[in-house]
Design a protein around this ligand. Structure first.
Ligand code: R5P
Length: 293
């Protein structure tokens, strides 16, 4: 039986964060042995030269209703689309406001369920045929490790990975952190690893100030980092910088983009960090320049 005690004082962990995981036949770790369709879809989301991505998340409405900044997605999200590498949204938003001519890969929110009015994460799945009909490049679902819906959401992950493998669609496992759980390296390390071991091709999680390097190294597939609640712009850019410097393959950011003072400038500044290697202060300078343009 696995040892449940991961506290300090037990056997030392050896994540070797400075030693990149060996990847054969592909540019994304843990995904070297996939079939052509999977690799093609992942290559639309992640830049093959850097292995990084800037995903724009605006799926919040599926549990939160008209979140600030998403009241009129036709007005606030459509201008951001050109600057994102990938769009993470519900099938409703996709059909309602995303122009099919945009040419952007879609990470489709493929789980649905209870809202902020009740217990979150009591979820079901979209039909894989619907995801294919919408030409999803990836399907995303919530997995709530440590919550009362852990087993249900792990079953959902298993079901979606089976369907994704059948049709060549990669699965993004989203670590749902309940309000009673601490977003520290110990929890995030466990959650991300469980999702990867259960077949997620990419994992979305949160950044943590201490030990994120170990979280990223201990997850055998790429991690994209969510932004979380709105921060001042420089802090959000700093979060993105630390995340990618410590092993994340990019961001899947929502509120810190569409709730920014100048969202179009902000997404370009985030891309400056993720793809352009900008330091946070340089990216903030870019943000200030672009907001005046
Ligand atoms: C959460 O339900 C959604 O999956 C969001 O896509 C995710 O939390 C990322 O958005 P944010 O950067 O606003 O946290």
């Amino acid at each position: 039986m696995p040892d449940a005690d991961q506290s300090a004082g037990s056997v030392a962990k050896a994540y070797a964060p400075g030693v990149p995981q060996r990847v054969e036949g592909f540019f994304l770790k843990g995904n070297g042995h996939l079939d052509w369709g999977m690799k093609d879809r992942l290559s639309r989301i992640f830049h093959p030269d850097s292995g990084r991505t800037v995903m724009l998340a605006f799926d919040h409405g599926y549990i939160m209703g008209p979140t600030s900044g998403l009241e009129r997605m036709d007005l606030t999200i459509v201008p951001l689309i050109a600057h994102a590498d990938c769009l993470m949204c519900t099938r409703g938003a996709l059909r309602q406001i995303v122009p099919p001519t945009s040419g952007k890969p879609i990470s489709l929110r493929a789980s649905a369920g209870s809202t902020i009015l009740t217990d979150l994460n009591d979820e079901c799945l979209l039909d894989i045929e619907e995801c294919l009909r919408l030409n999803a490049s990836m399907v995303a679902l919530m997995v709530a490790i440590g919550s009362k819906f852990e087993a249900l959401t792990i079953r959902n992950l298993t079901t979606m990975v089976d369907a994704g493998q059948r049709y060549g669609v990669p699965v993004l496992g989203v670590t749902a952190v309940g309000k009673d759980l601490v977003r520290d390296a110990r929890y995030l390390g466990l959650a991300t690893r469980v999702l990867a071991e259960n077949g997620a091709h990419v994992v979305k999680t949160y950044y943590c100030d201490e030990g994120f390097e170990d979280v990223a190294a201990g997850c055998p597939v790429p991690i994209v980092v969510a932004g979380g609640k709105k921060l001042p712009e420089l802090e959000a850019l700093t979060l993105a910088y630390h995340a990618v410097s410590q092993g994340a393959a990019g961001v899947d950011m929502g509120r810190n983009v569409f709730q920014a003072g100048h969202p179009v400038a902000m997404i370009q500044a985030v891309a400056g960090v993720v793809h352009g290697g900008l330091q946070p202060a340089e990216a903030f300078e870019l943000y200030q320049e672009l907001r005046q343009a």
